[in-house]
Write a protein that binds this ligand. Structure first.
Ligand code: ADP
Ligand code: SR1
Ligand code: MG
Length: 414
């Protein structure tokens, strides 16, 4: 494949001949290109994902389509999302080494990324539905979110790098617009692509009639579109994490954008909370309490690790234009004071984004398997109603929720 070739989607039949001359792939897979075994395994909403097995090893080849896979070619979407995914992955690899798959090859024209195959790794959402444990999960996710938030911001980056990078990622506006619509807006009115379980009709009508709720959500959307303080993953849910034993990787940052630090944090909290709320439908009575306790511990570890890691970086790597040492340490003034204010702001925003993500996964286009795999619609409806009401309370009451205990009290309120 040359850079001059016109974009063309790969197929399982054409992949070997089109990519077989690439040293980056043959070195991993072996030269016997004719015997590569190729399978399309994409289970996401947007792209093609190929598993390619050769005599020497296995790689993943991900290629963007010029439209949204979930919807079809009636909804075009720029191929440039592969460019932003690639650029986000290389920044995440630098800011939190070992957190993302190794990139083997990138072709911008073909919107194609070849990367390390995460052997034995399973999507976290599937593990949470199955009742599996992952040791160190909350700590690792807390580290990733804190490191990428801090090291991608004006707290750490040289100002020219931060500004030129912000400019670069501004072009990922089509993906941002999906989030602006599907996440922040559609759940709160009868939008065309919405669907929900009729069993929650009453709760949905109440949410859509709640002007205070809609106003708070729009205030959070204002932050998402206008506060470009750090490079976000942009789609950090439990379907974007793969685990095996205590090995944990983050994948799929094609929604990367500069945005508020609480966004990734809130998205991940929401997906763990939804795993928690949906458990009664997935677990037998004798295992329910202990598994929900474990998810709660993961949430506690995530929050405490985020705070600890962000604080450590604040003291050790605060070399950017914000809160300079010249104003604090050099004056013997306590830099913990603005740190605490920053952590409080991030937490409050995260709770708001968390509630919004809980709403959109029940009401908007893209639902999640935690609820969707519950066959009994009445049972599902009861849990979805709890999820919707908890989400609304998290958004509205977020300024008064101090910690995970307060948050889980809101989530579990009858
Ligand atoms: P999309 O952008 O379409 O959502 P994803 O990046 O989420 O696609 O990938 C779809 C699926 O492909 C994942 O759910 C996972 O099962 C598999 N996958 C993606 N990347 C890897 C990888 N590096 N190693 C192993 N499996 C992967
Ligand atoms: C049309 S895309 C729907 C959702 O899938 C992606 O993974 C994002 O979460 C997006 O909101
Ligand atoms: Mg994706």
């Amino acid at each position: 494949m040359t850079k001059l070739e016109e974009y063309e989607p790969l197929t399982s039949e054409t992949l070997s001949s089109r990519l077989g001359a690439l040293g980056a792939l043959t070195s991993r897979l072996g030269d016997d290109v004719g015997n590569w075994r190729v399978e399309e395994i994409g289970d996401g909403n947007l792209n093609l994902v190929f598993l390619v097995r050769g005599a020497k090893g296995t790689v993943i080849v991900k290629q963007a389509l010029p439209y949204i896979r979930l919807v079809g070619d009636s909804w075009p979407l720029p191929l440039s999302r592969a460019f932003f995914e690639y650029h986000a992955l290389i920044r995440q690899a630098k800011r939190d080494p070992g957190s993302v798959p190794e990139i083997l090859y990138f072709d911008e024209d073909q919107a194609l990324i070849a990367m390390e195959f995460l052997d034995q790794h399973i999507i976290l959402r599937r593990m949470l539905i199955a009742g599996d444990h992952v040791s160190g999960l909350g700590e690792r996710l807390g580290q990733f979110i804190a490191r990428t938030a801090f090291r991608g911001s004006d707290l750490a980056l040289p100002i020219v790098e931060k500004k030129s990078d912000t400019k670069l990622f501004l072009d990922n506006h089509a993906l941002c617009n999906i989030t602006e619509s599907l996440v922040f807006t559609d759940p709160y009115y009868d939008a065309e692509l919405n669907h929900h379980n009729p069993a929650v009709d009453g709760v949905v009508a109440e949410l859509r009639d709640n002007v205070q709720l809609k106003s708070e959500v729009q205030a959070l959307l204002t932050k998402f579109v206008s506060n470009s303080e750090t490079l976000l993953h942009g789609d950090l849910h439990t379907g974007s994490v793969m685990c095996a034993g205590d090995s944990i990787f983050v994948i799929d940052p094609e929604f990367a954008t500069y945005g508020p630090m609480g966004f990734d944090f809130g998205m991940m909290l929401a997906n763990l909370v939804m795993a928690f709320i949906s458990q009664p439908a997935h677990r037998s009575a004798d295992k329910l309490v202990s598994y929900q306790s474990w998810i709660r511990e993961v949430i506690e570890d995530l929050v405490s690790t985020f705070n600890g890691e962000f604080s450590a970086l604040w003291h050790s790597e605060r070399e950017g234009v914000l809160f300079p040492r010249s104003l604090f340490e050099d004056q013997h003034h306590d830099a913990n004071l603005p740190l605490q204010a920053k952590l409080n702001e991030i937490w409050e925003d995260a709770l708001g984004f968390c509630g919004i993500e809980m709403h959109r996964r029940t009401l908007s286009l893209a639902h999640n398997a935690d609820f969707e795999t519950i066959e009994d619609v009445e049972r599902r409806g009861g849990l979805e109603a709890q999820n919707l009401q908890a989400g609304a309370r998290l958004i509205i009451e977020r300024r008064g929720i101090e910690d995970v205990s307060g948050m889980m009290a809101v989530v579990q309120k009858p």
